[in-house]
Design a protein around this ligand. Structure first.
Ligand SMILES: Nc1ncnc2c1ncn2[C@@H]1O[C@H](COP(=O)(O)OP(=O)(O)OP(=O)(O)O)[C@@H](O)[C@H]1O
Ligand SMILES: O=c1[nH]c(=O)c2[nH+]cn([C@@H]3O[C@H](COP(=O)(O)O)[C@@H](O)[C@H]3O)c2[nH]1
Ligand SMILES: NC(=O)CC[C@H](N)C(=O)O
Ligand SMILES: [Mg+2]
Length: 510
Protein backbone atom coordinates (compact mmCIF):
# COMPACT_ATOMS: atom_id res chain seq x y z
CA UNK A 1 0.00 0.00 0.00
CA UNK A 2 1.33 3.43 -0.91
CA UNK A 3 1.50 6.12 1.72
CA UNK A 4 1.20 9.84 1.61
CA UNK A 5 4.64 11.39 1.62
CA UNK A 6 6.15 14.65 2.85
CA UNK A 7 9.60 15.62 1.59
CA UNK A 8 11.96 17.69 3.72
CA UNK A 9 14.49 19.61 1.64
CA UNK A 10 17.74 19.78 3.60
CA UNK A 11 19.54 23.13 3.53
CA UNK A 12 22.12 22.11 6.15
CA UNK A 13 20.27 23.04 9.35
CA UNK A 14 20.81 21.52 12.80
CA UNK A 15 17.38 19.98 13.19
CA UNK A 16 16.63 18.40 9.84
CA UNK A 17 16.03 14.88 11.06
CA UNK A 18 14.10 16.29 13.95
CA UNK A 19 11.66 17.85 11.47
CA UNK A 20 11.24 14.49 9.75
CA UNK A 21 10.73 12.82 13.07
CA UNK A 22 8.05 15.34 14.10
CA UNK A 23 6.20 14.75 10.83
CA UNK A 24 6.35 11.00 11.44
CA UNK A 25 5.06 11.65 14.95
CA UNK A 26 2.02 13.16 13.26
CA UNK A 27 1.55 9.80 11.44
CA UNK A 28 2.71 11.07 8.06
CA UNK A 29 5.57 9.36 6.25
CA UNK A 30 8.49 11.66 5.66
CA UNK A 31 11.96 11.65 4.14
CA UNK A 32 14.81 14.15 4.16
CA UNK A 33 16.41 14.77 0.76
CA UNK A 34 19.18 17.15 -0.39
CA UNK A 35 18.07 20.63 -1.43
CA UNK A 36 19.53 20.12 -4.93
CA UNK A 37 17.31 17.12 -5.73
CA UNK A 38 16.03 17.74 -9.30
CA UNK A 39 12.52 19.10 -9.55
CA UNK A 40 11.28 16.25 -11.76
CA UNK A 41 12.42 13.78 -9.09
CA UNK A 42 10.43 15.66 -6.44
CA UNK A 43 7.41 15.73 -8.73
CA UNK A 44 7.74 12.03 -9.46
CA UNK A 45 7.53 11.24 -5.73
CA UNK A 46 4.23 13.16 -5.58
CA UNK A 47 4.54 14.48 -2.02
CA UNK A 48 1.49 15.98 -0.34
CA UNK A 49 3.75 18.68 1.11
CA UNK A 50 7.31 19.96 1.06
CA UNK A 51 9.24 21.45 3.97
CA UNK A 52 12.40 23.55 3.59
CA UNK A 53 14.74 23.30 6.58
CA UNK A 54 16.85 25.99 8.21
CA UNK A 55 20.50 26.40 7.34
CA UNK A 56 23.68 28.25 8.27
CA UNK A 57 23.84 30.43 5.14
CA UNK A 58 22.34 33.81 4.34
CA UNK A 59 20.08 33.75 1.29
CA UNK A 60 21.61 36.96 -0.02
CA UNK A 61 25.22 35.74 0.23
CA UNK A 62 26.88 34.33 -2.90
CA UNK A 63 26.70 30.53 -3.37
CA UNK A 64 23.77 30.22 -0.96
CA UNK A 65 21.90 26.94 -1.48
CA UNK A 66 18.72 27.48 -3.45
CA UNK A 67 15.95 25.68 -5.35
CA UNK A 68 14.30 25.97 -8.71
CA UNK A 69 11.51 28.57 -8.13
CA UNK A 70 9.22 26.39 -10.25
CA UNK A 71 8.84 24.29 -7.12
CA UNK A 72 6.27 26.87 -5.98
CA UNK A 73 4.22 26.25 -9.11
CA UNK A 74 3.74 22.52 -8.66
CA UNK A 75 0.60 23.15 -6.65
CA UNK A 76 2.16 21.28 -3.70
CA UNK A 77 2.00 23.09 -0.34
CA UNK A 78 5.40 24.31 0.86
CA UNK A 79 6.43 25.24 4.40
CA UNK A 80 9.74 27.07 4.79
CA UNK A 81 11.43 27.05 8.19
CA UNK A 82 13.95 29.75 9.11
CA UNK A 83 16.45 29.73 6.21
CA UNK A 84 13.77 27.93 4.21
CA UNK A 85 11.28 30.69 4.98
CA UNK A 86 13.78 33.38 4.02
CA UNK A 87 14.59 31.55 0.80
CA UNK A 88 10.93 31.31 -0.14
CA UNK A 89 10.45 35.03 0.52
CA UNK A 90 13.45 35.96 -1.59
CA UNK A 91 12.69 33.67 -4.52
CA UNK A 92 9.13 34.96 -4.75
CA UNK A 93 10.16 38.60 -4.90
CA UNK A 94 10.32 39.67 -1.27
CA UNK A 95 13.52 40.76 0.40
CA UNK A 96 15.72 39.44 3.18
CA UNK A 97 18.48 41.31 4.93
CA UNK A 98 20.66 41.18 8.01
CA UNK A 99 18.52 42.03 11.04
CA UNK A 100 19.38 44.74 13.49
CA UNK A 101 17.79 42.74 16.26
CA UNK A 102 19.01 39.16 16.01
CA UNK A 103 16.99 36.60 17.89
CA UNK A 104 18.35 33.48 19.58
CA UNK A 105 16.43 31.22 21.91
CA UNK A 106 13.02 31.57 23.51
CA UNK A 107 11.06 34.46 22.07
CA UNK A 108 7.58 35.74 22.92
CA UNK A 109 5.53 35.59 19.71
CA UNK A 110 2.03 36.76 18.62
CA UNK A 111 0.07 34.64 16.14
CA UNK A 112 -2.80 35.41 13.78
CA UNK A 113 -5.46 32.91 14.80
CA UNK A 114 -7.05 33.06 11.34
CA UNK A 115 -4.10 31.31 9.77
CA UNK A 116 -4.59 27.57 9.35
CA UNK A 117 -1.12 27.13 10.89
CA UNK A 118 -2.38 28.32 14.25
CA UNK A 119 -5.87 26.87 14.17
CA UNK A 120 -7.02 25.97 17.67
CA UNK A 121 -3.88 27.37 19.31
CA UNK A 122 -3.33 30.31 21.71
CA UNK A 123 -2.72 33.70 20.08
CA UNK A 124 0.63 34.16 21.77
CA UNK A 125 3.38 31.91 23.06
CA UNK A 126 7.06 31.11 23.11
CA UNK A 127 8.90 30.17 19.94
CA UNK A 128 12.52 29.10 19.52
CA UNK A 129 14.42 31.49 17.29
CA UNK A 130 17.91 31.21 15.87
CA UNK A 131 18.52 33.79 13.18
CA UNK A 132 20.68 36.71 12.10
CA UNK A 133 18.65 37.63 9.01
CA UNK A 134 14.99 38.58 8.62
CA UNK A 135 12.35 39.15 5.99
CA UNK A 136 11.99 42.91 5.63
CA UNK A 137 9.59 42.88 2.66
CA UNK A 138 7.05 40.17 1.91
CA UNK A 139 6.54 38.81 -1.61
CA UNK A 140 3.35 39.93 -3.40
CA UNK A 141 0.32 37.96 -2.26
CA UNK A 142 1.82 37.08 1.15
CA UNK A 143 0.88 38.36 4.55
CA UNK A 144 2.61 38.19 7.90
CA UNK A 145 0.73 35.91 10.33
CA UNK A 146 3.04 36.07 13.34
CA UNK A 147 5.44 38.62 14.79
CA UNK A 148 7.74 39.22 17.72
CA UNK A 149 9.10 42.45 19.16
CA UNK A 150 12.12 42.32 16.91
CA UNK A 151 10.77 40.44 13.92
CA UNK A 152 7.77 41.66 11.87
CA UNK A 153 7.53 38.41 9.87
CA UNK A 154 7.81 35.52 12.32
CA UNK A 155 5.45 33.56 10.05
CA UNK A 156 3.96 34.26 6.61
CA UNK A 157 1.39 32.78 4.29
CA UNK A 158 -0.11 32.92 0.85
CA UNK A 159 -3.27 30.90 1.34
CA UNK A 160 -4.27 30.75 -2.34
CA UNK A 161 -0.98 29.13 -3.34
CA UNK A 162 -0.69 27.14 -0.09
CA UNK A 163 2.77 28.57 0.65
CA UNK A 164 3.77 29.08 4.29
CA UNK A 165 6.84 30.04 6.26
CA UNK A 166 7.97 30.24 9.87
CA UNK A 167 11.05 32.17 10.98
CA UNK A 168 11.26 30.15 14.21
CA UNK A 169 11.78 26.40 14.64
CA UNK A 170 8.50 24.60 15.36
CA UNK A 171 10.37 21.28 15.44
CA UNK A 172 12.26 21.92 18.69
CA UNK A 173 10.64 21.24 22.06
CA UNK A 174 11.17 24.82 23.23
CA UNK A 175 8.59 26.12 20.75
CA UNK A 176 5.27 25.88 22.55
CA UNK A 177 2.76 24.01 20.37
CA UNK A 178 5.42 23.62 17.68
CA UNK A 179 4.31 20.10 16.81
CA UNK A 180 0.69 21.26 16.74
CA UNK A 181 1.67 23.91 14.18
CA UNK A 182 3.39 21.32 12.01
CA UNK A 183 0.35 19.11 12.44
CA UNK A 184 -1.84 21.98 11.27
CA UNK A 185 0.32 22.39 8.18
CA UNK A 186 0.02 18.67 7.48
CA UNK A 187 -3.67 18.21 8.20
CA UNK A 188 -5.20 21.64 7.51
CA UNK A 189 -3.08 22.59 4.51
CA UNK A 190 -1.68 19.41 2.92
CA UNK A 191 -4.71 17.21 3.53
CA UNK A 192 -2.81 14.53 5.41
CA UNK A 193 -4.77 11.41 6.33
CA UNK A 194 -2.36 10.10 8.97
CA UNK A 195 -1.75 6.81 7.21
CA UNK A 196 1.74 6.03 8.51
CA UNK A 197 2.60 4.04 11.63
CA UNK A 198 5.55 2.17 13.16
CA UNK A 199 3.99 -1.04 11.88
CA UNK A 200 4.36 0.33 8.36
CA UNK A 201 7.94 1.32 9.03
CA UNK A 202 8.68 -2.24 10.13
CA UNK A 203 7.02 -3.70 7.04
CA UNK A 204 8.82 -1.34 4.72
CA UNK A 205 12.24 -1.95 6.33
CA UNK A 206 11.78 -5.69 6.16
CA UNK A 207 11.01 -5.45 2.43
CA UNK A 208 13.99 -3.18 1.80
CA UNK A 209 16.38 -5.43 3.68
CA UNK A 210 15.09 -8.50 1.88
CA UNK A 211 15.62 -6.83 -1.51
CA UNK A 212 19.08 -5.58 -0.57
CA UNK A 213 20.39 -8.85 0.85
CA UNK A 214 18.92 -11.23 -1.71
CA UNK A 215 20.37 -14.64 -0.91
CA UNK A 216 23.51 -13.14 0.68
CA UNK A 217 24.56 -13.50 4.30
CA UNK A 218 24.42 -10.86 7.00
CA UNK A 219 26.56 -10.54 10.10
CA UNK A 220 24.91 -8.38 12.76
CA UNK A 221 26.89 -6.75 15.54
CA UNK A 222 24.67 -7.59 18.52
CA UNK A 223 25.37 -6.04 21.92
CA UNK A 224 22.18 -7.13 23.62
CA UNK A 225 21.20 -3.46 23.86
CA UNK A 226 17.95 -1.99 22.59
CA UNK A 227 19.15 -0.85 19.17
CA UNK A 228 20.90 -3.98 18.00
CA UNK A 229 18.19 -6.22 19.46
CA UNK A 230 15.57 -4.34 17.45
CA UNK A 231 17.84 -4.54 14.39
CA UNK A 232 18.19 -8.30 14.98
CA UNK A 233 14.42 -8.76 15.13
CA UNK A 234 13.95 -6.74 11.95
CA UNK A 235 16.70 -8.43 9.94
CA UNK A 236 15.81 -11.89 11.09
CA UNK A 237 12.20 -11.29 10.01
CA UNK A 238 13.58 -10.21 6.64
CA UNK A 239 16.16 -12.90 5.88
CA UNK A 240 15.74 -15.58 8.55
CA UNK A 241 18.81 -17.69 9.13
CA UNK A 242 20.90 -15.90 6.52
CA UNK A 243 21.60 -13.75 9.60
CA UNK A 244 24.36 -14.48 12.11
CA UNK A 245 24.64 -12.35 15.24
CA UNK A 246 28.05 -11.68 16.75
CA UNK A 247 28.34 -10.48 20.32
CA UNK A 248 31.81 -9.21 21.15
CA UNK A 249 32.72 -9.53 24.79
CA UNK A 250 35.49 -6.96 24.88
CA UNK A 251 36.08 -7.16 28.61
CA UNK A 252 34.44 -3.77 29.01
CA UNK A 253 30.94 -4.98 29.80
CA UNK A 254 29.19 -4.44 33.11
CA UNK A 255 29.13 -7.03 35.88
CA UNK A 256 27.74 -10.38 34.61
CA UNK A 257 26.59 -8.74 31.36
CA UNK A 258 28.41 -11.06 28.96
CA UNK A 259 26.71 -14.13 30.43
CA UNK A 260 23.34 -12.39 30.52
CA UNK A 261 23.52 -11.49 26.84
CA UNK A 262 24.51 -15.04 25.98
CA UNK A 263 21.64 -16.41 28.05
CA UNK A 264 19.15 -14.08 26.36
CA UNK A 265 20.19 -14.66 22.74
CA UNK A 266 22.07 -17.95 22.59
CA UNK A 267 20.30 -21.28 22.34
CA UNK A 268 17.23 -19.88 20.51
CA UNK A 269 16.42 -19.65 16.80
CA UNK A 270 19.03 -16.98 16.21
CA UNK A 271 22.51 -17.92 14.92
CA UNK A 272 24.38 -16.38 17.85
CA UNK A 273 28.14 -16.33 18.44
CA UNK A 274 29.88 -14.87 21.49
CA UNK A 275 33.48 -13.84 20.93
CA UNK A 276 35.82 -13.47 23.83
CA UNK A 277 38.02 -10.58 22.76
CA UNK A 278 39.01 -9.22 26.14
CA UNK A 279 42.74 -9.56 25.75
CA UNK A 280 42.99 -7.98 22.34
CA UNK A 281 40.85 -4.97 23.34
CA UNK A 282 42.58 -4.36 26.66
CA UNK A 283 45.96 -4.91 25.01
CA UNK A 284 45.30 -2.25 22.38
CA UNK A 285 43.93 0.16 25.00
CA UNK A 286 46.82 -0.22 27.45
CA UNK A 287 48.33 3.13 28.35
CA UNK A 288 45.81 5.12 26.24
CA UNK A 289 44.21 8.08 28.05
CA UNK A 290 42.72 10.33 25.40
CA UNK A 291 38.96 9.69 24.91
CA UNK A 292 38.86 10.07 21.14
CA UNK A 293 41.81 7.71 20.75
CA UNK A 294 40.10 5.13 22.94
CA UNK A 295 36.98 5.40 20.78
CA UNK A 296 38.89 5.04 17.52
CA UNK A 297 40.82 2.01 18.80
CA UNK A 298 37.60 0.34 19.93
CA UNK A 299 35.80 1.18 16.66
CA UNK A 300 38.60 -0.37 14.65
CA UNK A 301 38.96 -3.45 16.85
CA UNK A 302 35.22 -4.18 16.64
CA UNK A 303 35.41 -4.17 12.87
CA UNK A 304 38.52 -6.38 12.78
CA UNK A 305 36.74 -8.94 14.96
CA UNK A 306 33.67 -8.83 12.69
CA UNK A 307 35.85 -9.27 9.59
CA UNK A 308 37.61 -12.28 11.09
CA UNK A 309 34.33 -13.91 12.04
CA UNK A 310 32.88 -13.22 8.60
CA UNK A 311 35.86 -15.00 7.02
CA UNK A 312 35.25 -18.01 9.26
CA UNK A 313 31.57 -18.18 8.26
CA UNK A 314 32.47 -17.55 4.63
CA UNK A 315 30.77 -15.41 1.98
CA UNK A 316 29.38 -12.76 4.29
CA UNK A 317 28.75 -9.59 2.30
CA UNK A 318 26.80 -7.49 4.73
CA UNK A 319 27.66 -6.08 8.13
CA UNK A 320 24.63 -4.84 10.06
CA UNK A 321 24.73 -2.51 13.06
CA UNK A 322 22.11 -0.98 15.33
CA UNK A 323 23.26 2.57 14.59
CA UNK A 324 20.65 5.20 15.43
CA UNK A 325 20.44 8.87 14.54
CA UNK A 326 22.13 10.40 17.63
CA UNK A 327 25.20 8.20 16.98
CA UNK A 328 25.37 9.68 13.51
CA UNK A 329 24.86 13.34 14.32
CA UNK A 330 27.29 13.40 17.27
CA UNK A 331 29.99 11.74 15.20
CA UNK A 332 29.79 14.81 12.95
CA UNK A 333 28.29 14.22 9.52
CA UNK A 334 27.68 16.81 6.85
CA UNK A 335 28.10 20.21 8.42
CA UNK A 336 27.60 19.14 12.05
CA UNK A 337 30.54 19.32 14.48
CA UNK A 338 32.23 16.22 15.94
CA UNK A 339 31.16 15.90 19.57
CA UNK A 340 32.44 12.39 20.10
CA UNK A 341 33.14 9.57 17.69
CA UNK A 342 30.57 6.89 18.36
CA UNK A 343 32.44 3.66 17.82
CA UNK A 344 29.98 2.48 15.17
CA UNK A 345 30.06 5.66 13.05
CA UNK A 346 32.89 8.17 13.52
CA UNK A 347 35.06 5.48 15.12
CA UNK A 348 34.85 3.15 12.10
CA UNK A 349 38.19 2.55 10.37
CA UNK A 350 38.65 3.89 6.81
CA UNK A 351 38.65 0.44 5.30
CA UNK A 352 35.93 -2.04 6.20
CA UNK A 353 36.06 -5.42 4.50
CA UNK A 354 32.34 -5.88 3.84
CA UNK A 355 30.48 -5.15 0.62
CA UNK A 356 27.86 -3.08 2.40
CA UNK A 357 26.86 -1.89 5.83
CA UNK A 358 23.17 -2.23 6.72
CA UNK A 359 21.80 0.14 9.34
CA UNK A 360 18.01 -0.04 9.33
CA UNK A 361 17.63 2.29 12.34
CA UNK A 362 20.02 4.99 11.17
CA UNK A 363 17.33 7.65 10.87
CA UNK A 364 15.41 6.88 14.05
CA UNK A 365 15.62 8.41 17.49
CA UNK A 366 15.79 6.21 20.57
CA UNK A 367 12.13 6.45 21.50
CA UNK A 368 11.16 5.59 17.92
CA UNK A 369 13.43 2.52 18.10
CA UNK A 370 11.62 1.48 21.27
CA UNK A 371 8.23 1.84 19.62
CA UNK A 372 9.51 -0.22 16.71
CA UNK A 373 10.77 -2.88 19.13
CA UNK A 374 7.34 -3.15 20.72
CA UNK A 375 5.79 -3.33 17.28
CA UNK A 376 8.08 -6.26 16.44
CA UNK A 377 7.00 -8.04 19.58
CA UNK A 378 10.20 -7.74 21.63
CA UNK A 379 9.71 -8.19 25.38
CA UNK A 380 9.25 -5.09 27.53
CA UNK A 381 12.38 -5.60 29.59
CA UNK A 382 14.52 -5.53 26.45
CA UNK A 383 12.81 -2.57 24.86
CA UNK A 384 13.04 -0.47 28.02
CA UNK A 385 16.63 -1.34 28.93
CA UNK A 386 18.79 1.68 29.52
CA UNK A 387 21.34 2.25 26.77
CA UNK A 388 24.90 1.06 27.25
CA UNK A 389 27.52 2.52 24.91
CA UNK A 390 29.43 0.19 22.60
CA UNK A 391 32.85 1.21 24.00
CA UNK A 392 31.46 0.14 27.36
CA UNK A 393 33.31 0.84 30.56
CA UNK A 394 36.31 2.09 28.55
CA UNK A 395 34.70 5.54 28.46
CA UNK A 396 33.64 5.35 32.11
CA UNK A 397 37.14 4.69 33.37
CA UNK A 398 38.56 8.16 32.98
CA UNK A 399 42.13 8.15 31.74
CA UNK A 400 44.10 4.94 31.50
CA UNK A 401 42.15 1.69 31.64
CA UNK A 402 43.45 -0.96 34.03
CA UNK A 403 41.97 -4.26 35.21
CA UNK A 404 41.89 -2.89 38.74
CA UNK A 405 39.89 0.21 37.83
CA UNK A 406 37.51 -1.89 35.71
CA UNK A 407 36.91 -4.22 38.62
CA UNK A 408 36.19 -1.36 41.04
CA UNK A 409 33.87 0.28 38.54
CA UNK A 410 31.95 -2.94 37.81
CA UNK A 411 31.23 -3.53 41.46
CA UNK A 412 30.27 0.06 42.22
CA UNK A 413 28.08 0.36 39.13
CA UNK A 414 26.31 -2.87 40.02
CA UNK A 415 25.38 -1.57 43.46
CA UNK A 416 24.14 1.73 42.02
CA UNK A 417 21.94 -0.04 39.48
CA UNK A 418 20.66 -2.48 42.08
CA UNK A 419 19.62 0.32 44.45
CA UNK A 420 17.94 2.32 41.67
CA UNK A 421 15.93 -0.77 40.73
CA UNK A 422 15.06 -1.48 44.37
CA UNK A 423 13.79 2.08 44.72
CA UNK A 424 11.57 1.46 41.67
CA UNK A 425 13.24 4.27 39.73
CA UNK A 426 14.65 2.26 36.82
CA UNK A 427 12.01 3.40 34.33
CA UNK A 428 11.98 7.03 35.43
CA UNK A 429 15.71 7.57 35.21
CA UNK A 430 16.57 6.89 31.62
CA UNK A 431 20.26 6.22 32.02
CA UNK A 432 22.28 5.83 35.20
CA UNK A 433 25.78 4.59 35.83
CA UNK A 434 29.00 5.09 37.72
CA UNK A 435 32.22 6.63 36.45
CA UNK A 436 35.59 6.06 38.04
CA UNK A 437 37.39 9.38 37.86
CA UNK A 438 41.09 9.68 37.55
CA UNK A 439 41.26 11.60 40.77
CA UNK A 440 42.29 10.33 44.18
CA UNK A 441 41.79 12.12 47.44
CA UNK A 442 42.40 11.68 51.14
CA UNK A 443 39.88 10.02 53.43
CA UNK A 444 39.71 8.43 56.82
CA UNK A 445 38.41 4.89 57.28
CA UNK A 446 38.74 2.80 60.43
CA UNK A 447 40.73 5.63 61.98
CA UNK A 448 43.35 5.29 59.28
CA UNK A 449 44.26 7.48 56.33
CA UNK A 450 43.13 6.43 52.85
CA UNK A 451 44.19 7.84 49.52
CA UNK A 452 41.77 6.42 47.01
CA UNK A 453 39.60 7.01 43.95
CA UNK A 454 36.65 9.34 43.63
CA UNK A 455 33.63 7.70 42.05
CA UNK A 456 31.04 9.77 40.20
CA UNK A 457 27.40 8.75 39.85
CA UNK A 458 25.40 9.96 36.87
CA UNK A 459 21.67 9.73 36.29
CA UNK A 460 19.76 11.50 33.50
CA UNK A 461 16.25 11.95 32.23
CA UNK A 462 15.72 12.36 28.51
CA UNK A 463 13.62 11.07 25.64
CA UNK A 464 15.97 11.21 22.69
CA UNK A 465 19.41 11.27 24.40
CA UNK A 466 20.30 14.34 22.31
CA UNK A 467 19.57 16.58 25.28
CA UNK A 468 19.19 15.47 28.88
CA UNK A 469 18.61 16.75 32.38
CA UNK A 470 20.27 15.33 35.51
CA UNK A 471 17.92 13.11 37.43
CA UNK A 472 16.63 14.29 40.81
CA UNK A 473 17.41 11.04 42.62
CA UNK A 474 16.06 11.20 46.20
CA UNK A 475 18.77 11.87 48.79
CA UNK A 476 17.87 8.69 50.71
CA UNK A 477 18.58 6.59 47.63
CA UNK A 478 21.87 8.38 46.98
CA UNK A 479 22.75 7.90 50.60
CA UNK A 480 22.13 4.14 50.50
CA UNK A 481 24.19 3.85 47.34
CA UNK A 482 27.03 5.83 48.86
CA UNK A 483 27.13 3.83 52.09
CA UNK A 484 26.99 0.51 50.28
CA UNK A 485 29.69 1.36 47.73
CA UNK A 486 32.11 2.68 50.34
CA UNK A 487 31.55 -0.41 52.47
CA UNK A 488 31.49 -3.04 49.77
CA UNK A 489 33.96 -1.80 47.15
CA UNK A 490 37.61 -1.33 47.92
CA UNK A 491 39.62 1.72 46.81
CA UNK A 492 36.78 4.20 46.69
CA UNK A 493 36.68 6.72 49.51
CA UNK A 494 34.64 9.52 47.98
CA UNK A 495 31.47 9.66 45.87
CA UNK A 496 30.05 12.63 43.94
CA UNK A 497 26.81 13.06 41.99
CA UNK A 498 26.96 14.71 38.57
CA UNK A 499 24.48 17.63 38.39
CA UNK A 500 25.08 18.87 34.84
CA UNK A 501 22.58 18.64 32.02
CA UNK A 502 23.35 17.98 28.34
CA UNK A 503 24.25 20.42 26.95
CA UNK A 504 26.64 21.73 28.27
CA UNK A 505 27.90 18.31 29.43
CA UNK A 506 27.28 15.07 27.56
CA UNK A 507 25.77 11.99 29.16
CA UNK A 508 28.99 9.96 29.19
CA UNK A 509 32.11 11.56 30.61
CA UNK A 510 34.32 10.72 27.64
N1 LIG B 1 29.68 -5.71 22.45
C1 LIG B 1 29.20 -5.58 21.22
N2 LIG B 1 29.22 -6.62 20.35
C2 LIG B 1 28.75 -6.49 19.11
N3 LIG B 1 28.25 -5.35 18.63
C3 LIG B 1 28.21 -4.27 19.42
C4 LIG B 1 28.67 -4.33 20.75
N4 LIG B 1 28.48 -3.11 21.32
C5 LIG B 1 27.93 -2.34 20.37
N5 LIG B 1 27.76 -3.03 19.22
C6 LIG B 1 27.21 -2.51 17.94
O1 LIG B 1 27.26 -1.09 17.96
C7 LIG B 1 25.95 -0.55 17.84
C8 LIG B 1 25.82 0.73 18.63
O2 LIG B 1 25.92 0.45 20.02
P1 LIG B 1 24.86 1.09 21.01
O3 LIG B 1 25.29 0.83 22.39
O4 LIG B 1 24.59 2.48 20.57
O5 LIG B 1 23.54 0.29 20.67
P2 LIG B 1 22.91 -0.96 21.37
O6 LIG B 1 23.89 -1.55 22.29
O7 LIG B 1 22.37 -1.84 20.32
O8 LIG B 1 21.70 -0.33 22.14
P3 LIG B 1 21.75 0.55 23.45
O9 LIG B 1 21.92 1.96 22.95
O10 LIG B 1 20.42 0.33 24.05
O11 LIG B 1 22.88 0.12 24.28
C9 LIG B 1 25.06 -1.66 18.32
O12 LIG B 1 23.74 -1.49 17.84
C10 LIG B 1 25.75 -2.88 17.79
O13 LIG B 1 25.45 -3.05 16.42
O1 LIG C 1 26.98 2.86 20.95
C1 LIG C 1 27.45 3.87 21.40
N1 LIG C 1 28.69 4.12 21.03
C2 LIG C 1 29.38 5.16 21.49
O2 LIG C 1 30.53 5.35 21.12
C3 LIG C 1 28.66 6.01 22.41
N2 LIG C 1 29.01 7.13 23.08
C4 LIG C 1 27.91 7.50 23.82
N3 LIG C 1 26.91 6.64 23.63
C5 LIG C 1 25.56 6.68 24.20
O3 LIG C 1 24.85 7.66 23.45
C6 LIG C 1 24.02 8.46 24.30
C7 LIG C 1 24.45 9.91 24.23
O4 LIG C 1 25.69 9.97 24.88
P1 LIG C 1 26.56 11.27 25.06
O5 LIG C 1 25.66 12.33 25.60
O6 LIG C 1 27.65 10.89 25.99
O7 LIG C 1 27.07 11.62 23.70
C8 LIG C 1 24.16 7.86 25.68
O8 LIG C 1 23.11 6.94 25.85
C9 LIG C 1 25.51 7.17 25.64
O9 LIG C 1 25.60 6.09 26.56
C10 LIG C 1 27.35 5.71 22.76
N4 LIG C 1 26.74 4.65 22.25
N1 LIG D 1 18.55 28.80 11.64
C1 LIG D 1 18.54 29.28 10.39
O1 LIG D 1 18.03 28.65 9.47
C2 LIG D 1 19.29 30.56 10.18
C3 LIG D 1 19.06 31.16 8.82
C4 LIG D 1 20.07 32.26 8.50
N2 LIG D 1 21.39 31.70 8.47
C5 LIG D 1 19.95 33.35 9.56
O2 LIG D 1 20.84 33.52 10.34
O3 LIG D 1 18.95 34.04 9.60
MG1 LIG E 1 24.78 -0.59 23.73
Amino acid sequence: MEHQLVLVLDFGGQYNQLIARRVRECSVYCEVIPYHTPLHEIERRAPIGIIFTGGPNSVFAGEAPSVDPKIFELGIPVLGLCYGCQLMAQLLGGSVCSAEVKEFGKTETQFDFQSPLFKGLPVSGITWMSHNDYIDRLPAGFQSVAHTKGCPVAAMECKERRLYGMQYHPEVNHTENGVAMLRNFLYEVCGAKGDWTMGDYAKRSIETIRAQVGDGRVLLALSGGVDSSVAAALISKAVGNQLTCIFVDHGLMRKNEGDEVEAAFGGGDLNFIRINARDRFLGKLAGVEEPERKRKIIGEEFIRVFEEEAKKIGAVDFLAQGTIYPDVIESGTGDAAVIKSHHNVGGLPDYVDFKEIIEPLRLLFKDEVRRLGLELGLPDYLVWRQPFPGPGLAIRVIGEITEEKLEILRDADFIFREEIAKAGLDRDIHQYFAVITNMRSVGVMGDGRTYDYTLALRGVTTTDFMTADWARIPYEVLDRVSVRIINEVRHINRIVYDITSKPPATIEWE
